[in-house]
Design a protein around this ligand. Sequence first.
Ligand code: AMP
Ligand code: MG
Length: 344
Amino acid sequence: MKMTSILLPLFILLSLIGCDRVEPPVRLHGKTMGTTWSLTIPNLPTGTRSGQLQLQIESSLENINALMSTWRADSEISRFNSSTSTEWFDISPQTHSLLQKATRIYQQSGGAFDPTVSPLVELWGFGHTLPQQGIPDDLQIKSILQHTGLEKLLLDDSAIRMRKSIPQLQLDLSAIAKGYAVDEVARLVSAQGIENYLVEIGGEMRISGNNPKAEPWRVAIEYPHIEKLRSAAVILSVTDAAVATSGDYRNFVEIDGKRYSHIIDPLTGRPVTHNPASVTVITTDCLSADAWATAFSVIGSRKGVELANSLQMAAMFIEGDDDKLTTISSDKMMKYITNTPSEP
Ligand code: AMP
Ligand code: MG
C-alpha cells in the first residue's frame, strides 16, 4: 500500500455525553499502511483480554503488509512487480482471493477500478519516485497505457499462482488493501464472539451491531473542502455494514498551480478531472466498498448512480464547490442518510 498523506474522509461520532454506561468502551489503535487504525468495542465480553486482541490485530496487519505493501521491496506484490518474468509466480491464498475479487470489480466497473494503473500513478507523481514536474506528455501516457489493464494478469485458481502476460505489468493495491485489511480485522474480532464493534483503517470501516449507546453507529462524511475539513456534510446511520470513501480533497498533486486527483482514469491515463469531490459506498464487506468508492470516483455521479442502482449498491456522490454542495445517491443509500447537507 502506498504511504500517501493521511486520508480520513470519514469520522465516527462517538459522543458519550449523556451515556449512563459505567464501563467506557474499549478503544484499540495503531498505525498501518501509512495511516492509522482503530477498533472501538462498547463492551468487551468477559474473558477477552484487550491487550491480547491488540497483539493479534497488529500481527494480522503486519502479515497483510508483508504480502501486499508496495512500500516494502520484499513483499509478495513487490517481488512480483520487480520481476519481468512472464512465468507463473506462486502466491498466498490471501493475495489470490483478493485478486479474484479485484478482477470481478474491474470487470463490473468497466475497468474504472484497475490495480494495474501503478505506472500511471508513478508518472503523475503519486508513487514512490520523486514528485512529478510538469504534465506528462501524451506519448508517454499512450505508451504506458499499453502496459495496463487487469486482463494482462493471469490467475490460476487451482494452483494459486499468477503470471504477467507482458513483462511490464505492475500491481498497486492501494485502492483496495485497506478495505481488505479492515475485513480481516473484523473477522478476527467476530471470531472472539464480539458482536458490537467498529473497526477502521484510514477512514474505511466495518461496523457490527450497535454503538456504545446501543444505537446504530453514526458515521459522519466530511465536507470535501480543504478549509472545512472535519465538519460533517452528511451523517449516516449504519449497522452491520462496511463504509468506504474516496476523495481528492486531501490527496492531490499540484502541477503548474492546478490540482490533480490521485485517482487515475484507467481509460485516459490521466487523473480524474470531474466532480465528485467524494464518493461513499456502503456494502457488506469493506474490500468491495473500498474498491467501488475508487471506481465510482472514476465513473462520476451520473453514470455511477445508474450503475450502483443496477448492482443494488449503496453509493453517495458529494459534488459542488464551496458555495453549494449536492449529494446524489443511489436508491439503496437512502436508508442510511439521516440528514441532507447544508453549509455549516
Ligand atoms: P483510494 O484512496 O482507495 O481511492 O485509492 C486511491 C489509490 O489507488 C491511489 O493513490 C493510487 O495508488 C491507486 N489508484 C489510482 N487510481 C486507481 C484506479 N482507477 N483503480 C485502482 N487503483 C487506483
Ligand atoms: Mg478505494
